[in-house]
Design a binder for this molecule. Sequence first.
Ligand code: FES
Length: 107
Amino acid sequence: MPKINFVSAAGVTQTIEIPTGWTLMEGAIQNGVDGITAECGGGCACATCHVLVPAAWAEKLPPMAPAENDLLECTAVPRSPQSRLSCQIAVTGALEGLTVHLPERQT
Ligand code: FES
């Protein structure tokens, strides 16, 4: 299972293992990662699973679908070029060691 690092807005890193095929959001919720709310349960309808992905990792992620791109306009902390919705990122072996940063708030 790939290890994924979640870094809180305060700079605290939590490393968890997420089974391949799960989304980053599912792994975060199942492991009690603070800072991911995921109000819609992964339906790409709430924007409360916002994460920031360093540019070096961007090309290893699945491409952003139009619905994700649209919903990123609704995040509590304004989107940046590094913004993604963690419910739209399925974990693969290529994401071993991925570090994502959490915004200050999700709502
Ligand atoms: S969990 Fe709602 S958009 Fe990701």
